[in-house]
Every structure is written in structure tokens, then in C-alpha cells.
Design a protein around this ligand. Sequence first.
Ligand SMILES: Cc1cc2nc3c(=O)[nH]c(=O)nc-3n(C[C@H](O)[C@H](O)[C@H](O)COP(=O)(O)O)c2cc1C
Length: 175
Amino acid sequence: MLSNLRKRRSIRKYLSMPVPQHVIEQFAETLLRSPSSRNIQPWQFIFVQNPKTINELSRAKAHGSSFLAGAPLCVVILADTEGCDVWIEDCAISAILLQMQVESMPGMGSCWIQIRLREDPDGRSSEDVVREILNIPEHLRVASMIAIGYADEALLPISADELPVGKIHAERFSV
Ligand SMILES: Cc1cc2nc3c(=O)[nH]c(=O)nc-3n(C[C@H](O)[C@H](O)[C@H](O)COP(=O)(O)O)c2cc1C
């Protein structure tokens, strides 16, 4: 885990190579094994590979989603918030577990695309844009999308001496 974290960076450029079906199945299993508060499992996941749909999704935000157009796979993370007060946390956990599973696959990379609380270039809620494109019912919230593919960029790992070590405290908060 730590060796994968040491090299992990957000990847926003992808080769046109599709993600093999057996790898997609591993991603699905990873998501379904995510821990959730009270084991409510409020999430739902949409795997999108259709390039036309991915292209439409890439316009869901005014900033920070256009690169999705070049990704072969997008996983959209949704939640049923009924009876679940911590769906944001549950969705975030599934998202990062998926990203770490991607990281463990040779040559692959991913990037989180925030949807909740974001807007498209016309000021429309990004959630509503995604909901319309993917026919998502009103009672589900759209948390995020994870762009996934084989990396077409190599970003330098963050070195140990760049880490904000002052954010770690022992026993009590210290300045
Ligand atoms: C909650 C969250 C939301 C993010 N939203 C976006 C996004 O909408 N678009 C994007 O390009 N990157 C997004 N990112 C990626 C961050 O920009 C990235 O993780 C951060 O700059 C650190 O870079 P690194 O992942 O390469 O270490 C998001 C990351 C997180 C954790």
C-alpha cells in the first residue's frame, strides 16, 4: 500500500487503450468491498465506457473535468441519502479505494472529478448535468466521478521531504 502511495499522482492523460473486462470486474469488486457506516452501503456505481457519453460527462463542470474526454473509463459514484447521514464519507471511501486499486495495476492511473457542489460553465449544477446524461433518478445524489485509464503522462512522485510533516501531532495538538 505505502509503495503505491509513494508513487501515486492524479493522472489526467490517458492512452486510447480500453480497460480490459477482467480489470473492470476487479474495480467493481473493490467498490463493493468498501466499508460504509452501519454497513448501509448507500452507494451505487455507474461504469461508463461509451466515448460519446464520456465526452458529454467531461462537460459537467466549468473547471477540472474536460480531461475526462480522453479517458476510456469513468466510474460515477452515486448515493441514496435516505436514512444515511454520512453518505459523503461512504462515497469518498469507495472513491479512494478504487483509486488505490487502479494504482496497483501496472501502467494505470486515475483522477477524482468532484461533482457534488460544483457547476457547469452555464452555472447549472454538475449533479443535474450528470443526472440527465445518465438517467439517474432524483432520489440519488451524484458525489464524484473517477476517470481511469492507462497513463499517458508520468508525473514525479512527491518526495518524502515535500510531505507536510508539521500536520502530524503526537499526543496533543502542537504548533
Ligand atoms: C475530493 C477531491 C476532489 C478533486 N476534484 C478534482 C477535480 O474536479 N478535477 C481534477 O482535475 N482533480 C481533482 N482532484 C485531484 C486533486 O486536484 C489532486 O489530488 C491534488 O491536486 C493532488 O495531486 P496528486 O493527486 O497528483 O497528488 C480532486 C481530489 C480530491 C481528493
